[in-house]
Design a protein around this ligand. Structure first.
Ligand SMILES: *Cc1c(COP(=O)(O)O)cnc(C)c1O
Length: 825
């Protein structure tokens, strides 16, 4: 076993492999072995050589190529059994699509048994095993203690298996949530137990999370589970294939499987009589329905060879990953805020120590949550934004492990249901409910992880999530009062006619109309994916920045051009009329309104039919997409409301009049007003009608970026509508004064502030080149993070004038150079 800092020789061996075998890893820090797979270059080369030098036909025929496949597959089946020390006379291997398919194949005969079956499953089970309960006559979820008392014949499941119903007991060898390991001795104990005479009890071991970093030894058929499922891609990266290992003594179960398919029968009679003869020679022959994934199975040969050559043995992998996770566990546990509060709440056990709570040790997994110095959780969504920029690959969320998550987070069923009904779903921004996390961060170390990865990750958490001096947390309150003395004016006005595409700068001297939904022509169009209807975002398609629309009133057109430096195969400009010509959209309004989604919200957008228009965008972005329009004045799903609201950091002592709906730190809050009439309409912008930024704040930010050795960013990255400059000699006094603005007067028009703008790493895309960097998000996350969220800029909406008689009231406009007067909170 390696020492606490790992066997340096093996670690440097892996470092070397990273250069040659995993070129895709050079700039990435890969800490998600359990969730993402990586191919070794020599595996793919070896497989390619195998494929191009042999002919592999569909098995079950007499041709030479077919025979070739059949014999190779049987050889590989044996090799895989040997990889797990399983004697082929005691075990058979059935190839399946993945571990989940293996589970479903096991359940099939149980479902077909008279009176079905009873199902017991451990609380650490993956969702794919939890779902089995829906097929069972009775089911029960057990923790460790309950399993042990069931095995020893006392409750809670004593009546399970009565009426000669078979009992299936499922559990993971290792939890995919926190890496905890469960006793491999349970199958044997169950077989030996005297208390269940005559009951047919079977064990299903989910080894999918265990086998990638541990040897699984099935050398004794007496102690082995009846059924073991796993996914090969989790061990080798490739191929996408799963396995079900069946203990032959349990094979008779499959007699009650009803289905048969091509490949699993010897003879079928259909006409006049219904009769069939299942294959009987080998168990796997009677269970592998249809054509086997021949080439995937063939690839396993290369995978087994390459794995042994690169990583030597599973024992080596196990020792290496255990020592890495031990170091990570210690490193994270040692991080403390200035007031002594731990930075990480860790749910996993240290992997090398066997304690009474974890007698089996722990897999090389560290699952945890971050908390601030007050013990409040840090949002996982926010953590991910930073982690992505820093190229850390880690998994966050519920991890398909409902029991493990509720145990770790101490979430009761009613809380999970309440969270669900109040909008929490896998993958939403709302990941903290009532001050408690709803998911976790999971680091899982694999064969190719190195101590450098671990050290980088600890340093990252230390730099961004540990607060040494608590005083640092208080937002810098501007010293002078945010009033007239700042000499503010409108420096620039920009609209973004197509959501997430380039901006159109309003020419100087143009009076630009302000509407209740925002500036005229802002975010009135979007691009939707032709398959899903989802609006495309620059976050995933940075090239959208290179698509530049111009609102051209003289021709009555929205002219769109492509401004990228690499050539595209097609026209570089198109235009569509500004007028809403119904003939351009999918026929038959209102069914023309295709269900599109913007930020998860279902909207009815009008989708253009012109292939010239749609191909233009699709070619640039290399995504099948279509242009869609969301004109103002719609009803129902043709209208949207603002979501922006005041943030807690904007509250200063003397302005206690603010209603702060946010009861708990980090919790997302509803808009300030819910009443229909007061709610603020928007078009396709994410949160609010108008976004403004203050150049003085940007100036200070750029100074801070420079101090960290970074390059200044331009105001464009924030994609604001109104850029406010100051003619005061110093930027400092007015920097971030916008946090305290209650309303603004721009020229003749009044605006109400709706709260700070929460940011994501999309602000790291250079709007000129579409290239991604780290700034300004990284610096902002140090200087402008409140309640775990990063803010820059301010949302606002127009306040229509009540004085009807004037031109300014009837046709409100703003223009570059307009004086900006602040009404402080
Ligand atoms: C990944 C995993 C599964 C599911 O595997 P699939 O290949 O997606 O079917 C099941 N159980 C555990 C413990 C896992 O880690």
């Amino acid at each position: 076993m390696a020492d606490e800092h790992g066997s340096t020789a093996y670690d440097s061996h892996i470092e070397g492999l990273r250069q040659t075998e995993f070129p895709q890893l050079q700039d990435e820090v890969y800490l998600d072995h359990a969730g993402t797979t990586l191919y070794a270059k020599s595996l793919i080369d070896k497989f390619a050589a195998d494929l191009t030098s042999n002919l592999f036909g569909n098995p079950h025929s007499a041709s030479l190529s077919s025979q070739n496949s059949t014999s190779r597959i049987e050889d590989i089946r044996l090799r895989v059994l040997q990889f797990f020390n399983a004697d082929p006379s005691e075990f058979d291997l059935i190839f399946v699509a993945n571990a989940t398919a293996g589970v479903k194949l096991v359940v099939e005969p149980f479902r077909g048994a008279p009176g079905r079956f009873d199902y017991l499953y451990h609380e650490a089970c993956h969702t794919s095993l939890v779902g089995v309960r829906e097929e069972a006559a009775n089911s029960l979820c057990l923790d460790d203690a309950a399993v042990n008392s069931w095995i020893s014949g006392t409750d809670p499941a004593a009546r399970f298996g009565e009426d000669s119903r078979p009992v299936l007991f499922a559990y993971p060898a290792q939890s995919n949530m926190d890496g905890s390991r469960l006793p491999l001795s349970w199958p044997e104990e169950l077989r030996k137990t005297e208390s269940m005479p005559g009951r047919q009890t079977y064990t299903l071991l989910d080894a999918a999370a265990f086998v990638p970093t541990s040897p699984l030894d099935l050398s004794s058929s007496e102690t082995a589970p009846d059924f073991t499922v796993l996914s090969f891609y989790k061990i080798f990266g490739f191929p996408d294939l799963g396995g079900l290992i069946v203990r032959r003594q349990a094979a008779s179960v499959f007699q009650s499987r009803k289905y048969f398919g091509g490949g699993t029968v010897d003879m079928v009679v259909c006409v006049a009589e219904q009769w069939h003869a299942p294959k009987t020679q080998a168990l796997h022959e009677s269970l592998e329905d249809g054509t086997l994934p021949i080439h995937n199975i063939i690839a396993l040969d290369s995978a087994l060879d390459t794995h042994r050559r690169l990583f030597r043995s599973m024992n080596d992998v196990s020792a290496h990953t255990s020592s890495l996770s031990q170091r990570l566990h210690h490193g994270l546990a040692a991080l403390k805020h200035g007031n002594g509060q731990p930075v990480c709440v860790i749910y996993s056990h240290p992997s090398l120590s066997r304690t009474p709570e974890s007698p089996m040790g722990n897999g090389p997994v560290v699952t945890f949550n971050l908390q601030n110095h007050l013990g409040n959780p840090i949002s996982l969504v926010e953590f991910e934004k930073l982690a992505v920029l820093k190229r850390f690959h880690v998994r966050t969320g519920g991890l398909c492990n409902p029991g493990g998550i509720s145990r770790a987070l101490n979430l009761q069923p009613w809380e999970m249901k309440r969270n669900f009904s109040s909008g929490f779903r896998c993958g939403t921004e709302n990941d903290i409910m009532n001050g408690r996390p709803t998911g976790v961060i999971r680091v899982s170390l694999g064969a190719i992880s190195t101590s450098a990865d671990v050290e980088k990750f600890i340093a990252f958490i230390d730099e961004f999530y540990r607060t040494q001096r608590i005083a640092e947390l208080t937002p810098p309150i501007p010293t002078s009062s945010p009033g007239d003395s700042l000499d503010l004016y409108v420096e620039r006005i920009t609209v973004y006619p197509i959501k997430s595409c380039g901006g159109f700068r309003i020419p100087a001297g143009t009076q630009w109309e302000v509407r209740p939904e925002g500036l005229a022509w802002d975010r009135e169009w979007c691009l939707v994916h032709r398959g899903t209807g989802q609006a495309l975002s620059q976050k995933h398609h940075p090239r959208m920045a290179l698509i530049r629309p111009v609102v051209d009133f003289s021709s009555g057109k929205l002219r769109v051009s492509y401004q990228g430096s690499w050539p595209i195969n097609g026209p570089t400009r198109i235009s569509v009329p500004l007028s809403a010509n119904p003939g351009l959209f999918r026929a038959g309004v209102p069914s023309a309104a295709m269900a599109s989604r913007v930020c998860g919200e279902v909207i009815s957008a009008q989708v253009y039919t012109s292939s010239e228009v749609n191909d233009f965008f699709s070619t640039i972005l290399e995504v099948p997409c279509a242009l869609a329009r969301f004109p103002p004045g719609g009803l129902g799903t043709s209208m949207r409301y603002a979501k922006a609201h005041l943030q807690k950091h904007q509250k200063v002592n003397k302005t206690a009049q603010y209603k702060i709906p946010c009861e708990f730190p980090g919790m997302d809050t509803p808009p300030d007003s819910d009443s229909e009439s007061e709610r603020q309409r928007i078009l396709l912008s994410n949160e609010s009608p108008i976004l403004a930024i203050n150049l003085s704040s940007l100036h200070v930010l750029n100074e801070q970026i420079a101090q960290r050795g970074g390059k200044a960013v331009s105001p464009e990255v924030f994609r604001a509508n109104v850029i406010i400059g100051s003619s005061a000699s110093e930027a400092q006094p007015s920097a971030y004064s916008e946090d305290r603005w209650a309303s603004l007067r721009i020229g003749q028009q009044d605006f109400r502030m709706l709260g700070s703008c929460r940011r994501c790493h999309m602000i790291c895309i250079d709007q000129e080149t579409a290239e991604k960097g780290e700034e300004p998000y990284i610096t902002l996350s140090k200087t402008r993070r409140f309640d775990g969220k990063v803010f820059f800029g301010t949302h606002m909406c127009h306040i229509p004038s009540t004085a009807m008689g004037t031109k300014e009231a009837q046709f409100p406009t703003i223009t570059i150079g307009d004086k900006v007067v602040v009404d402080p909170a």
